[in-house]
Structures are given as C-alpha cells and as structure tokens.
Design a protein around this ligand. Structure first.
Ligand code: ADP
Ligand code: MG
Length: 250
C-alpha cells in the first residue's frame, strides 16, 4: 500500500489495484469548524464505484458542507485521514448555474475539447429530453428544463462521481417526480457513483441504494435500500425505510 497521505483538495494519483472494486470516494476523519462550531466531526465517508448514495439530514446539519469538502471546494476542511476522489467529478446544485450569456449547447459543452464535443453535447441534450433546444438561452427554459440542461452538462463529462446538492429542491412536485425518473434512468445507463444531498426522505428512498443520515456532525444512519427500481411509494418496504429514516431525523 502506498504510504503517501492524500491531501484534501487534491486528486489521489494512486491507481486502483487491479481486480478490486475500487471505491469512488474515500475520505477519512473530515473535520470542519466554523468559528467555535464543529459542523463535521471526524466523518469517514466511503462511496463505492457506481453506488447511488443519498445524504439526508435536517437543514443546517452540514450536508452541503460535506459535499463541498468531498468536491474539493472547501479549502478549510481538515482531514487527518486519506482523501480519494476520482478524476472526473460533476457537480450540480439547486440553482442550475447555467451561464446566462451562453446558449444551452454551449453551457453543456463548456470546457470540452475535441471535434466530437458538439455531438456529445447534442447526444446529452437528447438524453435529458432537450433535443432541439440547443440554441435556446437558459432564461428561455423552465426550471425543470434548466435542471435537465444541468444534468446534460454533468453527464457529458462522463463522470465517475456525480455530486448533487438538492438539485430538484426548487422544482414543483410534478416536475420533481419527472426529474427523479430521469436521474435514476441516467444513473442506470451511465453508472457513476452518485452522492445526492437532499432533505426529502421520499426522494432519498426513491432514488438511492444507500442512505446516510448526517446528524450532529456525524453519520448516524447508514441504510441499504434493497428495492427494485422504479420504486413504488406504496410498497410496504418503501414505507418501512421511510419510517426508519423519519425516526432517525427526529
Ligand atoms: P445543510 O446543507 O445540511 O443545510 P450546511 O452544510 O449548509 O447545512 O451548514 C451547516 C452549518 O454550518 C450551518 O449551521 C451553517 O450555518 C454553518 N455554515 C455553513 N457555511 C458556513 C460559513 N461559510 N460560515 C459560517 N457558518 C457556516
Ligand atoms: Mg445545504
């Protein structure tokens, strides 16, 4: 085993041992303090390659802080353990963060190189149901369509890890359900590891195969959701999982 410590915020250069199912993310003893408040208390996080994990927690429990730490966006997080994060990481947020001065296709392909970029962008747009909208401006899209474009932008990079912070939080209920179906379908086709931050228990149980609960700066629950997809909210096992998680959330 390579003794070099991984530095938070850097990509771990060590290749996975052949034949082992490499984890997508391994973060050891993450600590984040804001003043005298400790929001993350020595969190150990391991996400398997291709695993869909939801991170639940009450508002203010530190979900976004943990996601930002894993994404390498937080330079003040401390980690006394290792930090292993894959090279290709895509991020998505509640606000789609499309650049308003770029057309939809240019948003999706921003930073991509090579002659195939445009075609890859068009393919990704078609996959999220936005075929024909490549020349639209972001403000011409509905909120749901903007999130679709953000998903296309995330996927066109062929991520090994998708980090999503309440991506559907601003959508109406019906649009949100459609986006759930779309995200799960895209996940099953592309199989990135996913870490989906949400405060919505139903969303977590509907989409993820594993649900973590963040409480008081620690992971208090690590629950496997072993149900076939698409999931039926009326299935008694769905309700058992939901009730267990609601109880854990207090
Ligand atoms: P969540 O995403 O679960 O709602 P956050 O990770 O955004 O929670 O925040 C966790 C806690 O850390 C909150 O109490 C919040 O006020 C605090 N916090 C987050 N970012 C900062 C910051 N930049 N400065 C000070 N406190 C912060
Ligand atoms: Mg948050």
């Amino acid at each position: 085993k390579d003794p070099r410590p991984a530095v938070p915020g850097t990509r771990d250069p060590r290749p996975a041992a052949p034949g082992t199912a490499a984890p997508a993310v391994r973060a050891g003893r993450l600590v984040r303090r804001f003043g005298d408040r400790t929001v993350l208390k020595e969190i150990d996080l391991a996400l398997g390659a291709g695993e869909f994990t939801a991170l639940l927690g009450r508002s203010g429990s530190g979900k976004s802080t943990l996601l930002r730490a894993v994404a390498g966006l937080d330079h003040d997080v401390e980690g006394s353990g290792e930090l292993l994060v894959p090279e290709r990481v895509s991020l998505s947020f509640q606000d789609s963060r499309l650049l308003p001065w770029l057309r939809v296709l240019d948003n999706v392909t921003l930073g991509l190189r090579g002659p195939g970029a445009r075609d890859r962008g068009l393919t990704a747009l078609a996959e999220v149901g936005l075929a024909g909208r490549e020349r639209s401006w972001p403000h011409e899209l509905s909120g749901g369509e903007q999130q679709r474009a953000a998903l296309a932008r995330a996927l066109v990079r062929d991520p090994e890890l998708l980090l999503a912070d309440e991506p559907f939080g601003a959508l109406d209920a019906l649009t949100r359900i459609k986006m759930h179906d779309l995200l799960r379908e895209l996940y099953e086709r592309h199989r990135p590891a996913v870490l989906l931050v949400t405060h919505d228990v139903d969303e977590a149980v509907e989409l993820a195969d594993r649900v973590l609960v963040l409480d008081e700066g620690a992971i208090s629950v690590d629950l496997a959701i072993d149900l076939p997809t698409p999931r039926d909210r009326r299935d008694p096992r769905f309700q058992e999982h939901r009730d267990a998680l609601l109880a854990a959330l207090g």
